[in-house]
Design a protein around this ligand. Sequence first.
Ligand code: CP
Length: 337
Amino acid sequence: MDAKSLKGKHFLTCEDWSKEELDVVFERSFELKKQFYKEVPHIYLPHKTLFMIFFEQSTRTRNSMEAGMTQLGGHAHDLTADKMQLSHGESAKDTAIILSRMGHGIASRNCFYGIGADYLAEMAKHSTKPVMSLQDDIYHPFQGLADLMTIFEQFGKNTKGLKVTISWAYADTHSKPLSVPQSQILLLPRYGIDVTVAHPKEFPLSKNITEKAMLNAQQGGGSVKFTNNMDEAFEGAHIVVPKNWGGFGAYGVQEYLDNEEKCKKEMKANLEKYHDWICDDRRIKLADKNVKLMHALPADRNHEVTDEVIDNPNISVVFDEAENRLHTAKSIMSLTM
Ligand code: CP
């Protein structure tokens, strides 16, 4: 397919992108990675402007996008809601119309449960330029791309039969969105990968996403299964992804929004039951002897995963995964903007 046909396309979820389109994205990502290492200029977006609006903190996403725009010859505005009239209630619609008249792309992170993805969809509806999700309450599509690129690097492009375990893990930082594991379970089975998701019963992923992931698996030749047993999920895995997420999936969106304080209290109490959900050396020994550790980062060290595992260069590919956020971000921006 012609890469030019992707110009103007929104990137809110990989679900809206065919495998043929994603092939173009990965081809461009690998080309950009080579050029980055060789310091060969790759000015795909000279003088173009991206507006980035962050409602939450970020290290990898913010810097991969901003550095990426500079390296592509353009510029990214690093905006937060408090710097904008959004904080006085200006609508997503008006913001999108105005910014899309002034620049060439809009990207936003809005992870509020029941709000984020709808906010981005509203921007996309009214923007005349591509809108990109930098993570919302449902999806983190840039993370999904970087994860798959890292898998291709480690295991080659033929991923059929690869066993990936995505396991909930304890963390005491904050209630993390569902969007990372949800993007992974939707995307990986499209590439023939067998995904096992492990989580305590109080920390399910959203039902509509797990159902869609199973459909994707049927079509892509992979599989998705669920267990409440972390040890069982690690057995024979080629890749393990120990990652905390909040208990949002146990509630319907409206139920959560109507009873936010009560739900948060319950989630916190449930969290405290599962300190032993950690990726440590014992559990790594249950996996395949050449197992790789992946994690979107930031990792809650010695809660989600021990230092011993995450710092083991024979196992951990988390920094390759983080670096690949740059190359995949540049690919999407260069193709769509
Ligand atoms: N993985 C990820 O999205 O990291 P940041 O929150 O630092 O952007």
